[in-house]
Ligand binder design. Structure first.
Ligand code: HEM
Length: 420
């Protein structure tokens, strides 16, 4: 494959504006934070979905279930919903994600969730981040930057941000570069998936075959990769132990492809834009890499790429003074929680110098993002390479207005830069 056609495929699969059209009902919100702040001033929890509270029609995943909808706005309200997972239940996703990945940890609760998550957790610990860096991330970042380093300009969304997460995860599955695209193109969670059901089904079939082939090969001959780890994992169920089945591994692979490659590209873009829009900060993180580490978490607080998630209420409950009946949906507005002024001063400001404090951009409680250390590692290696190898980096002064757009899936509309 020529690099031009590869670039085109990344451009097609990872275009924030097209994603917003496909997933956010075309709502190209540029900055929802002033409206979130106003709502939070009024109350920590509101009746209505985020979209309705912003004046749009109910939409997105909330349409999946009937029942009254409430939105958690404050940090305390969101933190409670995240932690109390039996009352505010992840079974909200049951059905939806079952169709996409088979029954996944995303929709499980309690012991079932703990047992299944612990099977894969060991591949995603903070210590394991270095394994991901050494095995895949460093090489992939190096290759991406080498391709444009001498051009004096690049579009960092396509040329860097889109590549690293997809290629890292699919390389950990043992797929080739070409197969990586097919896997993403055929993934059920991909909003840019083919509209024609026959084409989508054929791609899905191909994807399943691809992965089953790798699983079979790793059962015969183990390697140092994620699929090998998964084929060697034993599930303890009803006092019987069994190895994960091919379908269980395939379902998990599809989950982390969607969760990992559909998010980190936008969050890395947000980090880059936050720094490029403040050249003095870019210079500071170039000289102080500990500050860069803090800038990564600050970007997740400032502009969480996926700020809205949902739970199903399983019993009558009072949340921050608001009575919510069993059967209701609660939308967690993690974006609003991360801008709660009782927790952060001038929350609208991207400021890596703030005192470190946990935020909920990677969620929290039992479903806290499984891949957060991999995501941080990808952003860390990519940003270090950008700082080391692209001198005098700035937003292309001739390019159209660079801005962060979207409601449920936020990211920059493009990152055209010049350097050297
Ligand atoms: C910056 C990038 C990322 C962000 C902002 C992010 C955010 C989140 C959030 C908010 C959740 C909670 C969803 C819920 O409870 O309803 C979540 C769950 C999850 N994430 Fe991430 N994620 C990122 C990257 C990744 C990566 C790279 C992977 C895998 C390699 C990953 C795998 C998962 C999985 C498997 C879950 C489900 C965990 C569970 O239900 O126990 N994520 N993520």
């Amino acid at each position: 494959m020529t690099s031009a056609s590869e670039r085109q495929r990344f451009e097609d699969l990872y275009d924030v504006e097209r994603h917003v059209m496909a997933t956010d009902g075309g709502i190209l919100v540029e900055d929802p934070y002033p409206a979130f702040a106003e709502l939070l001033r009024e109350a920590p929890v509101h009746e209505g979905s985020v979209r309705e509270l912003l004046g749009y029609e109910r939409g997105g995943l909330s349409l999946l279930r009937d029942g009254p909808t409430y939105t958690a706005m404050s940090y305390e309200a969101n933190d409670t919903v995240l932690r109390e997972n039996t009352v505010f239940s992840s079974t909200f996703y049951a059905g939806l994600t079952t169709l996409m990945f088979g029954k996944s940890i995303l929709e499980m609760v309690g012991d079932e969730h703990r047992r299944n998550r612990s099977l894969v957790q060991h591949a995603f610990t903070p210590k394991r981040a270095q394994w991901w860096i050494d095995r895949w991330i460093t090489t992939l970042v190096d290759e991406a930057i080498s391709a444009f380093e001498h051009d004096g300009r690049a579009e960092l969304n396509t040329d860097l941000c889109a590549r690293i997460p997809l290629q890292t995860i699919t390389a950990s599955f043992g797929l080739t570069r070409d197969e990586a695209f097919e896997f993403r193109e055929g993934a059920e969670g991909n909003p840019m998936r083919a509209a024609d059901p026959a084409v989508a089904a054929a791609r899905q079939q191909r994807t399943a075959e691809m992965l089953h082939r790798v699983i079979e090969a790793r059962r015969r001959e183990p390697r140092d990769d994620l699929i090998t780890m998964l084929v060697q994992t034993e599930l303890d169920e009803d006092e019987e132990r069994h190895l994960l089945t091919d379908d269980e591994i395939y379902g998990f692979a599809r989950l982390i492809l969607t969760a990992g490659s559909g998010t980190t590209w936008r969050q890395l873009g947000i980090l880059l834009v936050g720094l490029l829009q403040r050249p003095e900060l870019l210079a500071e993180v170039r000289d102080d890499r500990e500050l860069l580490r803090r800038a990564i978490d600050e970007a997740v607080r400032w502009e969480a790429t996926d700020p809205i998630f949902r739970r199903l209420v399983t019993e009558d409950v009072t949340l921050c003074g608001v009575d919510i009946p069993a059967g209701a949906i609660v939308e967690m507005n993690l974006g609003a929680a991360n801008h709660d002024p009782t927790r952060w001063d001038r929350p609208e400001r991207f400021d890596p110098h703030r005192p470190a404090k946990p935020n909920v951009g990677f969620a929290g409680g039992p479903h806290v993002c499984l891949g957060m250390h991999v995501a941080r590692a990808e952003m860390w290696v990519a940003m270090n390479a950008v700082l080391d190898r692209l001198p005098n980096l700035r937003i292309d002064p001739d390019a159209p207005n660079v801005r962060i757009i979207g409601l449920e899936h936020r990211g920059p509309n493009g990152i055209p830069v010049v350097f050297g």
